[in-house]
Each structure stands twice: as structure tokens, then as C-alpha cells.
Design a protein around this ligand. Structure first.
Ligand SMILES: Cc1cc2nc3c(=O)[nH]c(=O)nc-3n(C[C@H](O)[C@H](O)[C@H](O)COP(=O)(O)OP(=O)(O)OC[C@H]3O[C@@H](n4cnc5c(N)ncnc54)[C@H](O)[C@@H]3O)c2cc1C
Length: 258
């Protein structure tokens, strides 16, 4: 079974993140890492490959530094990668991003695509569904478990208070939450092997995508302004002089917590 994993490099969500002067995510000044949920997507693909055979190909769209993220997936055990890199992509919206990724998927042989349920920068949670619409295959989203016999796929779609069981025939696109597995760390042997694994880099013209249809000129939305989150205000200290419980309850009631 051939699997493509979608991996996006994002600014580390554990650190302060900034917008640049064009109100775009500042990727140059950031500590960039693999999208946190994408690590679980890679692990899910590797486990399916170990069970069923086939190849795992990583697909990413992003600037040149995304190569670091690609190398990490290869060190984890993916077989090869396709990196779409083109200056015209900066400022693309989700629709344009899906157009490019769908064109890239058209160049690969796959039975299954696995993505994170949402990226940890833009966090729209829409890319797997857009790609399913563009490629004409079913989307089984938000999985916490995947089973396949090589011709059909069944996932447990995570809900707040339980799960739904979804099933479809392959090919299909699945997105995963962090409840699905525990991603492996790359071993030293894996890191060395990754250096010899093939990484193909293509530009928009190689995919037949017109640069005018992506980037700011092709975007359906525009960020007009942004404001920093206001600093946290100091909390209110309740000193207990015998009436602490009452004061606490009054505070919680006033704030409508109770
Ligand atoms: C270089 C670059 C510059 C961009 N600049 C802007 C900008 O200035 N303004 C703007 O509004 N948007 C921009 N975008 C698009 C935006 O960052 C998102 O990629 C896009 O809107 C998809 O939304 P999302 O990340 O929230 O996807 P989600 O649907 O939340 O992502 C779900 C999953 O889809 C996969 N995925 C998403 N994006 C990619 C990717 N690029 N490559 C591989 N897999 C992916 C991952 O598995 C991810 O976990 C840019 C994108 C790129 C690649």
C-alpha cells in the first residue's frame, strides 16, 4: 500500500509567534518545526507500511527551510519526499494551497493520503477535505484509529464524547489527531539513512499550476489588520480572613463561572 503523508513546517507553537510587516506568519524569524499533528500522521503511515508493505512518500509545500522537516520524516522512516517550493506561493490562501497540493498528488501513486487534522499555525482544519474534493476520493477526518485490509479503510472519528466509525474504499484521505499513536524518535541509524533518501523538489511550473492563481493575486481573502493579544492582567487575590470561601464563590458567580 502506497501512502502519501502531508507535512507542513510551522513556527513552533510552544514559543512566541509573530506576523511580518505584510501580516503573514513570520517564518524567517521563527523556530520552525514539523506541524505537531503531522508527526502523528507520519507515525500512522509508518505503522501501516510495517503492517502492509508499500512505500511512504512525504509531500510538503513550503520554503527552502522546510527541507529540515522533510529530513526528519525520512529519519523517522519515510522512504522519499516531494517538496514543492516556489517563491510565488507566499501569501497563498487555503484554496490555492489545496490546488498546488492536489496537483502534486497527481504526480504520485497512492492508495492513502494521511494528514494532520489541522496545522498548528493556520489551524483551519480544512486541507484534507479540500484535497478529497479536488481528487475525488473520500475524506475520513479526525481519526484516533485507522484499520485497513489494503482495499478498504475504517477509522474511528474522534468526537468530544466518543467516536464514530467511518469506512470507505481506497483510495482515500485520512486526517489524524494526537490520540492515534505515539510518534517515534528518529534513531541515529535513521538519521544517517535519511541523508541518502531521495527528495524531489518541484516548482509550480513543473506541476502545471499558474503562479497568478496562487499567492496574494490568487487569494480569495486578504488580511487587513491584526492586533497583538492584550497582556494578561493581574489576578485578584482573595485573602482568607474567615470569609474566603464566600468571597471566592462571589467572585466565581460575578464572572459567571458558576
Ligand atoms: C509558503 C507558504 C506561504 C503562505 N503564506 C500565506 C499567507 O501569507 N497568508 C495566508 O493566508 N496563507 C498563506 N499560506 C497558506 C496557509 O499557511 C495554509 O497553508 C493554508 O491556508 C492551509 O491552511 P492550514 O495550514 O490551516 O491547513 P489545515 O487544514 O489546518 O492543515 C491540515 C493538514 O494539512 C496538511 N497541510 C496543510 N498545509 C500544508 C502544506 N503547505 N504542505 C503540506 N501539507 C500541508 C498538514 O498535514 C496539516 O496538518 C501559505 C502557505 C505556504 C506553504
Amino acid at each position: 500500500m502506497n501512502i502519501v503523508v502531508l507535512v507542513k513546517q510551522v513556527p513552533d507553537s510552544g514559543l512566541a509567534r509573530q506576523l511580518d510587516d505584510q501580516l503573514r506568519v513570520d517564518r524567517n524569524g521563527a523556530n520552525n518545526v514539523m506541524g505537531e499533528l503531522d508527526e502523528y500522521a507520519v507515525e500512522a503511515a509508518l505503522q501501516l507500511k510495517e503492517a502492509h508493505g508499500g512505500e511512504v512518500t512525504v509531500l510538503t509545500l513550503g520554503p527552502s527551510q522546510a527541507t529540515e522537516t522533510v529530513r526528519k520524516t525520512l529519519a523517522m522512516g519515510a522512504d522519499k519526499a516531494l517538496h514543492i517550493e516556489d517563491d510565488a506561493v507566499g501569501g497563498s490562501d487555503a484554496l490555492a494551497t489545496s490546488k498546488i497540493l492536489a496537483a502534486a498528488l497527481g504526480r504520485l501513486e497512492w492508495d492513502l493520503v494521511i494528514a494532520g487534522a489541522e496545522s498548528t499555525d493556520s489551524g483551519m482544519g480544512i486541507m484534507p477535505q479540500m484535497l478529497a474534493a479536488r481528487t475525488g476520493v473520500p475524506a475520513l477526518t479526525g481519526a484516533r484509529k485507522i484499520d485497513t485490509d489494503g482495499t478498504a479503510i475504517t477509522v474511528e472519528h474522534q468526537r468530544a464524547n466518543g467516536y464514530d466509525v467511518l469506512t470507505a474504499s481506497l483510495p482515500a484521505i485520512v486526517s489524524v489527531w494526537d490520540t492515534i499513536n505515539t510518534p517515534r524518535y528518529p534513531s541515529l541509524k535513521g538519521i544517517m539513512a535519511a541523508k541518502r533518501k531521495p527528495v524531489e523538489t518541484l516548482a509550480l511550473s513543473d506541476l502545471g499550476v499558474d503562479a497568478a492563481e496562487v499567492g496574494p493575486s490568487g487569494a480569495n481573502n486578504e488580511v487587513l489588520s491584526a492586533a497583538e493579544r492584550p497582556p494578561r492582567t493581574a489576578g485578584q487575590i482573595v485573602t482568607d480572613e474567615g470569609q474566603g470561601g464566600t468571597a471566592l464563590a462571589e467572585f466565581l458567580a460575578a464572572e459567571k463561572f458558576i
